[in-house]
Design a protein around this ligand. Structure first.
Ligand SMILES: *Cc1c(COP(=O)(O)O)cnc(C)c1O
Length: 232
């Protein structure tokens, strides 16, 4: 099995190469290590290799890992899974980011529940850009109204957009979808100066996402290997 450290080196090199190919500064792209279902020993290996940002999909599992690594205040924790309102409190209390805001009620709860001694929770609005089977995310038509409402809430900070496109193996078609996100992102940036994050790109579509302006790629499999859901 390949070492996590070596996988991270490879991914960082791939991000740099792809960014340079399209004239982007690699420093403007954050690598989020998606560690769902992986044990703390795997995260430890990644941390020892210099990885600081982690993405988790399940509230309970994520909170346990955040508590395990509580002494290390260099780490940033991103909640990237579907969020039900009744699970918003632990996300507001423990995470630094939430990528999956797709309705006002969730945003309001996150703002109300964010502890006063913490910086505002960074949030992204999730767009359902191409996956007709997914119930998560709003359409681009709904974005202006939700962004306006979310941006007025006191204890969360709207930083940008996130999308999980339907699986697609053709890079040109991956790009066609990502370009729609890029356009919406730039339109939002023109309205809200604090918008700086476009979260898109996973193991199988990372290169297209970077070509189309992603500022944060969410990579699991290429760093930690395949996930085994039956034992988690
Ligand atoms: C699991 C997951 C990822 C990582 O996917 P890989 O294909 O393993 O890189 C990224 N984003 C979200 C929202 C996920 O749930």
């Amino acid at each position: 099995m390949k070492l996590i450290k070596d996988n991270l080196t490879e991914i960082r090199e791939r991000i740099s190469a792809t960014a340079q190919k399209c004239g982007r500064d690699p420093q403007t792209i954050t690598l989020l290590a998606v560690s769902k279902t992986k044990p703390v020993s795997a995260l430890e290996e990644a941390i020892n290799a210099g990885q600081l940002c982690f993405g988790e999909n399940y509230v309970q599992e994520g909170v346990e890992k955040i508590e395990y690594f509580a002494e290390n205040d260099h780490l940033a924790w991103h909640f990237i899974g579907p969020l039900q309102s009744n699970k918003s409190r632990p996300v507001a209390e423990h995470f630094d980011w939430c990528h999956t805001v797709d309705r006002l009620k969730i945003a309001q709860r996150l703002s109300d529940q964010r502890p006063a001694d913490k910086a505002p929770l960074n949030v992204l609005i999730q767009i359902n850009i191409s996956d007709e089977n997914s119930k998560s995310g709003i359409t681009l038509t709904e974005l202006p109204a939700l962004a306006e409402q979310v941006s007025t809430l006191p204890n969360i900070c709207l930083r940008g957009l996130m999308a999980i496109p339907a699986p697609e193996s053709d890079p040109a078609r991956q790009c066609a979808v990502f370009r729609q996100m890029e356009t919406a992102f730039h339109e939002l940036q023109a309205l809200y100066p604090q918008i700086d994050t476009l979260s898109m790109g996973m193991t199988d579509d990372m290169d297209a996402a970077i070509t189309c302006g992603s500022t944060m790629v969410r990579i699991g499999t290429a760093i930690f290997g395949a996930r085994n859901y039956s034992v988690s």
